[in-house]
Ligand binder design. Structure first.
Ligand code: AMP
Ligand code: ZN
Length: 497
């Protein structure tokens, strides 16, 4: 079965294909870089990452574009509060965003498009709409999109447009979700605000126009897929369709992919609830980047995921089990005898088929992950009972490679990433957010004797639990800090190099 995905526009599962016969051309709404990304944002970017990886597994080449919203109401407000130009203010959070994406093993899109570097394309799109009187200029110099002139308005979100008032306007980037109104394409700016001199008059772009202009610049008027979190369906994506299709008279994106919002401890994430977390917050508390990735992918993208700390601990254990298993199969020598146990070979092959079928069924990450754990249990048992042959071990490793081409959690960079978060916390004066365990394990530069003892004890325990991946990671981490371990009959001794 080829990869099928739910299409918000048609309300059905549809096969995913490259309409130009070459590469899957898709666009994902990127971050507004006014602050650090939170784990809700990363749930969306992680599932888009899985979409990329699954498309590749199905033989599709990729042309993925993501925008960076580096001018909007919030950026202007925050930059002015910080007394900085918006470019300087947003560059810092853009850098942090890409560091976080890397920590979560999220692949880079083929093209990154910054709003502030694409103003001329937005202006010409608005001019095109103005030439047909679909865009109009208001008294204050702002330009608006006349939604009554686009009969398809509402087709993505299913909004009923009965009773909308022609000419009722809204000029905020964020506005009430239940009102359909003429929206700002170009905003006249107040004195002192960042603004561009253009044929439309001085001002800055509205949020929606940037995605239409940049998607079409890189991908053409019509392309394969457009992605984002579910909150973007209306008004943002509805407005993107209206602006683009009204200008080109061609269908904009064929397929719309929306990721359901993340809940944290059962509630909508918010600073006032105390359940708002950035990736950095969690790393400083001692949670591992790999476990966060695995947890955020544990529930399929259209289902609600309730992020909890218990879930995060389970996810840490699950990643450890997979790494230990991977090491065990990879590092041991298995007898080169013909498989005696046909049922094991067929079980591994069934795991492979189930894994691919689950992914291809609208990216069912939960079932894909379950298929791998079925194989892990059976192969571990066979290995314990000396029934595992080299042939079956190789089949297993091929499946683990396929699994990791999607989930990307087997390589252990966790200690290195936590250390990078610590360096950041030191530079930003955020050491108060670092948990005592992290401080003890990683120190603030050089390890204390007690910290080394604790790590050595953790390594011994990991070895007893056959968690060799963790044990090796600790040895390497200590080595990097100049600590040598010597295993002896009496136990483990350490010395500084
Ligand atoms: P923003 O930086 O607010 O423009 O958001 C970047 C991306 O994260 C968008 O695709 C949003 O839809 C998505 N997003 C924001 N909050 C959440 C959440 N709680 N759960 C899932 N996705 C989210
Ligand atoms: Zn967008």
């Amino acid at each position: 079965m080829p990869l099928e995905l739910f299409n918000t526009l048609s309300g059905k599962n549809e096969p995913l294909f490259a309409s130009d016969g070459h590469a899957l051309r898709f666009y994902c709404c990127g971050p507004t870089v006014y602050d650090y990304g939170h784990i809700g944002n990363f749930r969306t970017f992680l599932h888009v990452d899985v979409l990329r990886r699954a498309a590749r597994l199905n033989g599709l080449a990729l042309h993925h574009v993501m925008n960076i919203t580096d001018v909007d109401d919030k950026i202007i407000r925050n930059a002015s509060a910080a007394g900085k130009p918006i470019g300087e203010y947003s560059a810092r959070f853009e850098r942090a965003f890409f560091e976080d994406m890397d920590a979560l093993n999220i692949e880079q899109p083929e093209d990154i498009a910054r709003a502030t570097e694409n103003i001329p394309g937005m202006v010409s799109l608005i001019e095109r709409l103005a030439s047909e009187d679909i865009a109009y200029k208001a008294e204050d110099g702002s330009w608006y999109f006349r939604i009554a002139r686009f009969p398809g308005y509402g087709k993505l979100s299913g909004k009923d447009l009965e009773g909308i008032e022609d000419g009722a306007r809204v000029d905020l980037d964020e506005y009430e979700k239940d009102s359909a109104r003429d929206f700002a394409l170009w905003k006249a700016t107040k004195p002192g605000e960042t603004s561009w001199e253009t044929p439309l008059g001085p001002g800055r772009p509205g949020w929606h126009i940037e995605c239409s202009a940049m998607a079409m610049k890189y991908l053409g008027n019509s392309f394969d897929l457009h992605a984002g979190g579910e909150d973007l369906m209306f008004p943002h994506h509805e407005n993107e369709i209206a602006q683009s299709e009204a200008a080109t008279h061609e269908p904009f994106a064929r397929h719309w992919f929306h990721v359901r919002f993340l809940l944290v401890e059962g509630k909508k994430m918010s600073k006032s609830e105390g359940n708002f977390f950035t990736l950095r917050d969690l790393l400083l508390k001692g949670y591992r980047a790999s476990a966060i990735r695995f947890l955020l992918l544990s529930v399929p993208y259209r289902h609600q995921l309730n992020f909890t700390f218990d879930g995060l601990i389970e996810s840490t254990n699950a990643v450890d089990r997979l790494r230990t298993f991977n090491d065990r199969i990879r590092k041991s020598t298995w007898p080169d005898t013909p498989p005696t146990d046909d049922s094991l070979t067929s079980l591994i092959r069934k795991g492979d088929l189930d894994f691919t079928a689950a992914l291809n069924n609208d990216l069912n990450t939960a079932e894909a992950r379950a298929a791998i754990f079925d194989v892990l249990r059976a192969v571990n048992t066979a290995a314990d009972q000396s029934r595992l042959t080299r042939f079956d071990a190789e089949e297993t490793l091929a499946l683990l490679n396929k699994f990791d081409s999607i989930f990307a959690v087997l390589e252990d960079r966790d200690a290195e990433l936590t250390r990078a978060a610590l360096t950041w916390a030191e530079a930003e004066g955020r050491m108060a957010d670092v948990s005592p365990e992290v401080l003890e394990t990683f120190g603030t530069g050089s390890l204390t004797d007690a910290g080394i003892d604790a790590l050595v004890a953790e390594r011994t325990q990991a070895k007893q639990q056959r968690n060799f991946a963790r044990a090796d990671a600790i040895r390497n981490e200590l080595l990097e800090k100049g600590i040598l371990l010597e295993d002896s009959k009496e136990g483990v001794r350490w010395k500084r190099k």
